[in-house]
Design a protein around this ligand. Structure first.
Ligand code: SAH
Length: 256
């Protein structure tokens, strides 16, 4: 029987690829993915069959991976970061479900270090308490739904991870999102802006929320917006896990 591994490659550096992801790539007879991600892993598997597809062809990529696995091959479908976070895992599962039960390949989803966690590590400790991830891409989710989520998360004082802040064809969403956040948060709220985490050209900056619209962002950038307790700590960003100003909470705070 064929087997499909859906593999998160982490943010870019090979050191952040998990051992399980590496083992899946080593077992694969065919590696399917967007060409930039396939290039990341090509060096370890010289000679392995590669099916590199262009950006935007996600459905076709998932179909091809599932069909090859249904025909008996061992296939790795690769995604950056974690394959389940704005990645290929959902599409792969939808396509897998379409295959008649008798031919369905074994399926394994291998977790990866998502961009939010990679960026958080570069910034220090911004995710010490509850946080929400929101993608600003309105290609698959209508903008009014994104606005509703931004408003709710901002009002509830979540730390926010903003994926997909801009692309070659999307420029206005980040400014609009900041406008919404400023209705609930001070313009001084610290924000981490991380570009190309764990890749060539990595850049991190900590700026005030009010300064975010002037920052250069692209499709390789992620932002972490602090909540009302987040502060700068030297060159780092810190969201304390226990709010010491509230003795009742401090008393029940359990380290670990
Ligand atoms: N599955 C991926 C996310 C895909 S959505 C993951 O789990 O990380 C693509 C968005 O992720 C980008 O627009 C950017 O916001 C973020 N991203 C992916 N890799 C990144 C990196 N190395 N550095 C900073 N942001 C990154």
């Amino acid at each position: 029987m064929g087997r499909l591994f859906v593999v998160g490659l982490g943010p870019g550096a090979p050191e952040l690829l998990t051992l399980e992801a590496r083992a899946a790539l080593e077992r694969a007879e065919v590696i399917v993915g967007y060409h930039a991600y396939v290039d990341q892993v090509r060096c370890w598997r010289p000679g392995v069959a590669i099916r590199a597809t262009p950006i935007g062809a996600e459905r076709e990529r998932a179909q091809e991976a599932v069909q090859l696995a249904a025909m008996g091959r061992t296939v790795a479908l690769v995604s950056s970061g974690d394959a389940g976070v704005y990645g290929m895992a959902g599409l792969a599962l939808e396509e897998w479900e379409r295959v008649p039960a008798a031919q369905r390949p074994a399926l394994t989803v291998v977790p990866g270090v998502t961009a939010l966690l990679a960026a958080a590590a570069l910034l220090g400790a911004p995710l010490g308490t509850d946080f929400a991830a929101i993608s600003l891409s309105d290609l698959l989710v209508p903008w009014p739904s994104i606005v509703r989520r931004l408003e709710a998360a901002a009002a509830a004082d979540f730390v926010l991870g903003l994926y997909n802040p801009a692309s070659a064809t999307r420029h206005w969403q980040l400014g609009a999102a900041v406008g919404i956040l400023l209705q609930h948060r001070s313009p001084d709220t610290p924000v981490g802006v991380v570009r190309a985490a764990y890749r060539d050209g990595q850049r991190t900056a900590i700026v005030a929320l009010g300064e975010v619209p002037a920052q250069p962002v692209d499709m390789l950038t992620i932002l972490i917006v602090g909540n009302s307790h987040t502060r700068r700590c030297h060159d780092w960003l810190l969201t304390p896990r226990g709010y010491r100003s509230r003795p009742d909470e401090a008393a029940s705070w359990v380290p670990g």
